[in-house]
Design a protein around this ligand. Structure first.
Ligand SMILES: NC(=O)c1ccc[n+]([C@@H]2O[C@H](COP(=O)([O-])OP(=O)(O)OC[C@H]3O[C@@H](n4cnc5c(N)ncnc54)[C@H](O)[C@@H]3O)[C@@H](O)[C@H]2O)c1
Ligand SMILES: [Zn+2]
Ligand SMILES: [Zn+2]
Length: 354
């Protein structure tokens, strides 16, 4: 599934996948979710390195590996990740590998049949029957798990869970508000519930999304349409605001709501991805006077080797309902329509099944 030009509909075409070189692996994709970031790529919101091979929330079976690959072998069931840590950059050397600034991707390029090199979304590119990645991008998980469900740990759901737990540091007894309850925001709701938050406020403009957020553990919901979101959050938190507010939309107006809807010394976590033209203005005195922390969450500050097997285990124990994120299973040629449904609100995640 390739995006050739800004805003143009995506199309199914033939992709040439090289045999894996040293440190690389070819993975047969079983399932790949449609994430809002794929749409950002198609619309030129990430960069202009067209053509893109979209898709990056995937699970599959390792088919072949290149020289020197020891961590995974053909036949392994894996979730693909976009944080294959290098172990050697300044972040890794400081013991903060979840910030790794030099993550591994495949060295070789996948191409169109005319030789045009493809840019794989987030270094993965998984709306395709087989993809080429760095072996470190393959995280082994329990093969008893459903591919469509655990594949979502590869991006959005992990980003949301980690935004709450890892970046936001949500803990027992906290109040948490989540603005935007798509796959990422509901991941944050799940994370807040897992961590023991007692008040979890889900905010969206779509009532269906709010109903789903309740299923994931939201204790209160706010429809942002025509509502003063900040006042509504304050009202539900004893007049103070939430300890942690997760912004999972990626827009200046919702960021401002997050900023003012948190309690003094609270934490704002921006996990939604803004586009290059967006700016924000805030009184510096409010930034100082309200204290706390303004953080961004890249991929939920996750470590795939630590977090994917753990969350898969919780899923198999019935404690994290990853199945509930899969609204529909679709075919590869339905991705463009799935982008539309993302906007009209009918789905949480559409997952392409191969
Ligand atoms: N930081 C990361 O590592 C990371 C990873 C994956 C995705 N993302 C980003 O997270 C964001 C959400 O992704 P998603 O896949 O969940 O998208 P999505 O489209 O499924 O969900 C977005 C939700 O926000 C709601 N919304 C829109 N405007 C709103 C408003 N003004 N107030 C309240 N709610 C509003 C929509 O109704 C929808 O439910 C995107 O920007 C995506 O690019 C970030
Ligand atoms: Zn590193
Ligand atoms: Zn994503």
């Amino acid at each position: 599934m390739v995006s050739r030009a800004k805003g143009a509909p995506v199309e199914v075409t033939t992709v040439v996948v090289p045999d894996p070189g040293p440190g690389e692996a070819v993975v047969r994709i079983q399932a790949c979710g449609v994430c809002h970031t794929d749409l950002h790529y198609r619309e030129g919101g990430i960069n202009d390195e067209y053509p893109f091979l979209l898709g990056h929330e995937a699970a599959g079976i390792v088919e072949t590996v290149g020289d020197g690959v020891t961590d995974v072998a053909p036949g392994d069931f894996v979730v693909l990740n976009w944080r294959a840590v290098c172990g050697d950059c300044r972040a890794c050397r400081k013991g903060r590998p979840w910030y790794c600034f030099n993550t591994h991707n495949a060295t070789q390029k996948m191409t169109l049949t005319d030789g045009t090199e493809l840019t794989p979304a987030l270094g993965i590119g998984a709306f395709v029957e087989k993809t080429l990645v760095h072996a470190g991008q393959c995280t082994k998980v329990d093969p008893a798990a459903r591919p469509a469900a655990v594949g979502l740990l590869g991006c959005g759901v992990m980003a949301g869970i980690g935004a709450a737990i890892n970046t936001g540091g949500v803990t027992r007894g906290d109040s948490v508000a989540v603005i935007g309850c798509g796959g990422v925001g509901d991941g944050a709701v799940v994370g807040a519930a897992l961590a023991g938050a007692t008040t979890i406020i889900a905010i969206d403009t779509d009532d269906r999304k709010l109903e789903w957020a309740r299923r994931f553990g939201a204790t209160h919901t706010i429809n942002a349409r025509g509502t003063d979101v900040v006042a509504a959050v304050q009202e539900l938190t004893g007049g103070h605001g939430a300890d942690v507010v997760v912004e999972a939309v990626g827009r200046p107006e919702t960021y401002k709501q997050a900023f003012y809807a948190r309690d003094l010394a609270g934490t704002v976590v921006l996990v939604g991805v803004p586009t290059p033209e967006m700016t924000i203005e805030l009184p510096l005195l409010d930034v100082f006077g309200r204290g706390g922390a303004l953080k961004s969450s890249w991929y939920g500050d996750c470590l795939p080797t630590r977090d994917f097997p753990m969350l898969t285990e919780l899923y198999l124990q019935g404690r994290v309902d990853l199945d509930a994120f899969v609204t529909e299973e679709i075919a590869l040629d339905d991705v463009e329509a799935a982008f539309d449904r993302m906007h009209t609100g009918g789905v949480l995640r559409s997952v392409v099944i191969f």
